[in-house]
Design a protein around this ligand. Sequence first.
Ligand code: ASP
Ligand code: MG
Length: 403
Amino acid sequence: MGSTERIKNVAARVAKWHDAGHQIVVVPSAMSGETNRLIGLAKEIMAQPDPRELDMIASTGEQVSVGLLAMALLAIGKDAVSYTGWQAGIRTDSSFTKARIQSIDDTRVRGDLANGKIVIITGFQGMDDDGNISTLGRGGSDTSAVAIAAALKADECLIYTDVDGVYTTDPRVVDEARRLSKITFEEMLELASLGSKVLQTRSVEFAGNYQVPTRVLSSLTDPLMPLADEAKSGTLISFEEESNMEQAVISGIAFNRDEAKITVLGVPDKPGVAFHILGPIADANIEVDMIIQNQSVDGKTDFTFTVPRGDYVRAMTVLEGNKEQLGATKVLGDAKVSKVSAVGVGMRSHVGVASQMFRTLSEEGINIQMISTSEIKISVLIDEKYMELAVRALHKAFNLEQG
Ligand code: ASP
Ligand code: MG
């Protein structure tokens, strides 16, 4: 919601659903740019803001949104009421700035809904057991919405956003990228954690754990478009896999530029190597993604792993400090790598997906530096300068433009 004009638009859309006989809970995010502005203010005072106080500040963007939206509804004659996270019974743990929802006491909200009210609840925030305000991490209003939908056993959770659904890949990279009308929750989870920014990963986990049918759709359409069309638009995250053999083997190609690779050369191949290399990295709160350890030669081995690019310098410093102790000959790093992944539940029933992927990359002359797989995903790490080429070639090789 970028302006009060847009808030009036949202009110019109919500009123349309309510007029059609639905009970509605709305979970808005802050107005565009507002959370960044608030965090910026905090940083002007304290370079590393105190997390509890930061949440006190960052959570206010949503409080403004819910009040404005409730007023916009009242102004058009709808009965609406707004609540903060804590007023709506949203309990979280105390990990400020990245809290997790633990429970929702929806008594008050259910009462309002039964009385015909439209209920508006702040996204992104809750309260811990000691009564402190907490926030759920950037993009957390997605998670609030899905969690509230789960608690209320809603028929569907509609996530209105600035894209009109989930695509086979980023349309800014591949012109032929196609919107998927449906995707399984497992695929969506992979895509979210692999770098597609459509939904916060945790919201997809919630949708999966509580089987909340969730639809991603555009907030930019005419708010008065026919409800039947709107209800079918966007992408539905579903829980059944099509038994239909025609279904594409691969649903999407994801990519992530935010990768860096670190190689520790010539460490003794003995119990504890991985632990001694990665333990200090974990202690520094750096997340490790792909890992490979080579076959040893003369009792020595090489160990390679990836970290988020933003943590690269810190990770290198940790390892340089540990090099002697590890008995490593050298620590090498490369922060110019990207991860490209093919995702699809169809991989479970089809062989040859990996070889098709590797053939396509080899035909483009792209060298694969690391590979990792899960049941429904194959990821490769490549030089970042070939990332877009790889995504386009794979999108084509798996016929994703045709659907
Ligand atoms: N306002 C919060 C943020 O900007 C939450 C959200 O938008 O989902 O991250
Ligand atoms: Mg958001």
